[in-house]
Design a protein around this ligand. Structure first.
Ligand SMILES: [Zn+2]
Length: 113
């Protein structure tokens, strides 16, 4: 299980390894499981706020993460990244910009009406 070892090496919470191995095998057998994608998702997800806060205590065990289909999370993660990069550049404004990196409200203000 070379691919599992690659996954395990970067998974930030190293608890219940035997259960994680079981889940890994299960996913490969029963689902359209893309091991490279799972490893890529963990690389991104392990850096998200939800996982790094408070010493990583909210990180699920790898087995639970696998069974819950955590490896399908990449779409959400990518969306999050896009959303952040689309925040209006006015300081303190958290709206999504519509053009010129400004939201509709700030755009109006910048044009003076
Ligand atoms: Zn704005």
């Amino acid at each position: 299980m070379k691919d599992f070892e690659r996954f395990w090496a970067i998974y930030p919470k190293k608890l219940s390894k035997l259960d994680a191995i079981k889940a890994w095998g299960q996913m490969k057998k029963e689902h359209n499981f893309d091991t490279d994608k799972a490893i890529a998702v963990i690389g991104i997800q392990s850096k998200t706020k939800g996982w790094t806060k408070e010493g990583g205590q909210y990180i699920p065990h790898a087995g639970s993460w696998l069974r819950a289909g955590g490896w399908e999370n990449v779409v959400e993660t990518v969306k999050e990244t896009v959303a952040v990069s689309r925040i209006c550049r006015t300081e303190g404004c958290n709206n999504i910009w519509t053009s010129n990196y400004l939201c509709a409200g700030c755009l109006k203000k910048s044009r003076g009406y």
